[in-house]
Design a protein around this ligand. Structure first.
Ligand code: PEP
Ligand code: MN
Length: 303
């Protein structure tokens, strides 16, 4: 067993609660819901998403501008042009925004304009990228690799934390298996095991696990029942027209219905959904606060 000194749960250690904004945290009693399209397509699209999701008790908006696609000929995302769209939506709607970064340059491009950095499955072991996000002061959602063990996931978290950034949120998004009926196999056992292995919050992504919109709600409810600290779910104003991952996208109305249906499940296990709009304001400073440090300072701000 490799040693994840910072990510592992020590005897008697409490779960870590990670601050996302001044009113929103994850890892406590409240279950955080992240929703939005796979890819940012336009400012109008993101405005509609935020307008409809905010009153439906969705606390964080997702939308990727750098897209890891299997084919180099598929839409690759709006790229740096999309940064302004993300910034606009978070400011106008007072909602934190999460987006994926695939390179150190991407990290620099989005710093100060987004609230959570996502490391996608395909980059879970891109160690230079992990070190770079570890040198920022933003929360990082670290997605489990398509065929990564939980030990490898924790060691990837350790890369980030050893650079000084303790705000790591793990994400189970399904692992590769043999049956194409689902895009991936949602490993809910991992959610339960991770609670014993680590103090870090665990979010579940039923969208990329299922690959089909009709499977997403049931998997989301199961994830809450087994102890997930949050969900990240793809939804779109016109799901069939999504430029990426259309088959798994929920409509905004279905997303709102799904969130409603989670309430009794959360309560049955002694937890709650966040039911107020978080009235977000940025913790660490919008314009100038976020920087990647020049030098690597291991364990700089170990909590
Ligand atoms: C995504 O969140 O859109 C995504 C590409 O996820 P994953 O890295 O889990 O495939
Ligand atoms: Mn996607």
């Amino acid at each position: 067993m490799l040693q994840a000194k910072l990510a592992s749960k020590q005897d008697g250690q409490e779960k870590s609660v990670i601050r996302i904004s001044d009113r929103l945290e994850i890892g406590g009693n409240e279950i955080v819901i992240i929703g939005g399209p796979c890819a940012v397509e336009s400012s109008e699209q993101m405005d509609q998403v935020a307008t409809e999701l905010a009153p439906a008790a969705i606390q964080v908006i997702r939308g990727c501008i750098f897209k890891p696609r299997t084919s180099p000929y598929s839409f690759q995302g709006l790229g740096t042009e999309g940064v302004a769209v993300l910034d606009e939506v978070r400011q106008k709607h007072s909602l934190p925004v999460i987006t994926e970064v695939m390179s150190v340059e991407h990290v620099h491009a989005v710093l100060g304009h987004v609230d959570i950095l996502q490391i996608g499955s395909r980059n879970m072991q891109n160690f230079e990228l992990l070190k770079a996000v570890g040198q920022t002061d933003l929360p990082v959602l670290l997605k489990r690799g398509l065929a990564a063990t939980l030990e490898e996931l924790l060691m990837a978290a350790e890369y980030i934390m050893s650079q000084g950034n303790q705000r790591v949120i793990l994400c189970e998004r399904g692992i590769r298996s043999f049956d194409p009926e689902t895009r991936n196999v949602l490993d809910l056992g991992a959610v339960v095991v991770l609670k014993h292995m680590t103090h870090l919050p665990v979010v579940v992504d039923p969208s990329h696990a299922a690959g089909k919109r009709e499977l997403v709600a049931d998997l989301a409810r199961a994830a809450v029942a087994c102890g997930a600290d949050g969900l990240i779910i793809e939804c779109h104003p016109e799901p069939e027209k999504s430029v990426s991952d259309a088959r798994q996208a929920l409509s905004l109305a279905d997303m709102a219905e799904l969130v409603k249906s989670l309430k009794p499940i959360a309560e049955a296990i002694g937890r709650r959904l966040v039911n107020t709009k978080p009235n977000f304001s940025v913790v660490a400073g919008l314009q100038s606060g976020h920087q990647i440090s020049e030098t690597v300072v291991p364990n700089r701000c170990r909590a």
